[in-house]
Design a protein around this ligand. Structure first.
Ligand code: AHR
Length: 353
């Protein structure tokens, strides 16, 4: 019996053990906690495209309508000067430029005062036709200090290069040389000449005299009898010629006038003296104005060396370039011819000034 009990005990133990074992496997596996996500290896943050620097805005280029220009004119001493003034006024109007124009009545101090007033008004560019070459440095320096470029129109100024941006106009020395060559042809390289100079100290007077004088050195039988200023005006040209005729009479073979207006005044003086201008006395002048072509058609003037006053288009083009910070050539040179009696009648109707 004991044996049986032992067996039963053994069976019970084994059964309990197997139940215990089954119980373990029956435990519902704990709902698996989602594995704490390993912090994702930090992707290097894709570099945010650098916030684009707003491109430094180019200021819009100025146009003619934006431009404010001051022009300090000499006066109205000659037909040529009037033509130049008209060109400046007409082109400003045509382009829509705001132009402040001053007529200095031949006085340098008035031109200087005009430039100071343009500086005070803050114009973009200043143009000036300097009545004489000297005496401009202080006021040009004031313009430079104010950041306003100066353009020399038609006449030069004796100032350091950095005080002006550009010279627009003629080669006056060449004009003097050309006048001398024409005179040499008219006088068959032999004779006495008198000279009517422009305004004392003015660029064209200085250079036209120098050009003529240097060319004359090549003609040993031609000589300069006398030379005096007629201030570029018809009235003074006539007065000076009258005085020369009183002094030299018919020794005078040729007249060289630095401009057509003085030549026209001299023609009147020669006629009143009783000589024939263009024949007894040969006459060569500079400018090429209509009055000179008319005198050539009449036979009283022999030749004129052209000096172009129609500088408005070049002036405003250069002014706009400077206002936009662009460079302009140091010398904007005019293209010019030499005209004598043979072509005068044909050319007169085409002359623009
Ligand atoms: O500066 C140009 C000169 O000035 C012209 O030849 C003359 O006629 C004007 O008055």
């Amino acid at each position: 019996m004991k044996k049986n009990r032992l067996w039963i005990l053994l069976v019970v133990i084994l059964f309990s053990l197997s139940l215990a074992a089954c119980g373990t496997t029956a435990v519902e596996p704990a709902a698996e906690e989602p594995a704490a996500e390993a912090p994702a290896a930090e992707e290097p943050a894709a570099e945010a495209p650098a916030a684009e620097e707003p491109a430094a805005e180019e200021p819009a280029a100025l146009t003619y309508e934006d431009l404010v220009v001051g022009f300090a004119q000499i006066g109205a001493e000659s037909e040529w000067r009037t033509a130049e003034t008209n060109s400046i006024l007409a082109v400003a109007e045509e382009l829509g430029v705001e132009l402040k124009f001053s007529d200095a009545q031949q006085q340098q101090e008035n031109q200087i005062a005009a430039i100071r007033s343009f500086i005070a008004q803050g114009v973009d560019v200043i143009g000036v036709a300097p009545v004489v070459e000297s005496g401009w440095e202080p006021v040009f320096q004031e313009a430079k200090d104010a950041g306003i470029p100066i353009i020399l129109v038609d006449r030069g100024a004796d100032v350091p290069d950095e005080l002006y941006t550009s010279f627009i106009g003629s080669d006056f020395v060449l004009e003097g040389e050309n006048a001398c060559e024409e005179m040499a042809g008219l006088l068959s390289e032999e004779g006495n000449i008198i000279e009517l100079q422009g305004t004392v100290g003015a660029g064209p007077a200085i250079d036209r005299q120098a050009g003529f004088a240097s060319c004359l050195e090549g003609y040993p039988n031609m000589s300069m009898l006398d030379s005096q200023s007629g201030n570029f005006t018809r009235a003074e040209g006539k007065e000076v010629m009258e005085a020369f005729l009183q002094t030299y009479g018919d020794q005078i073979n040729g007249v060289y006038a630095h401009n057509d207006d003085m030549a026209i005044g001299a023609i009147q003086a020669i006629e009143e003296y009783g000589l024939v201008p263009g024949e007894d006395i040969k006459i060569v002048s500079v400018d090429g104005v209509k009055g000179a072509f008319e005198a050539m058609v009449d036979g009283t003037l022999n030749c004129t060396v052209e000096c172009n006053p129609l500088l408005g288009p070049q002036f405003f083009e250069a002014a706009l370039m400077l206002a936009n910070g662009e460079e302009v050539p140091r010398w904007i040179k005019s293209n010019e011819g030499v005209y004598c009696q043979e072509v005068a009648a044909e050319m007169l109707p085409e002359r623009q000034y």
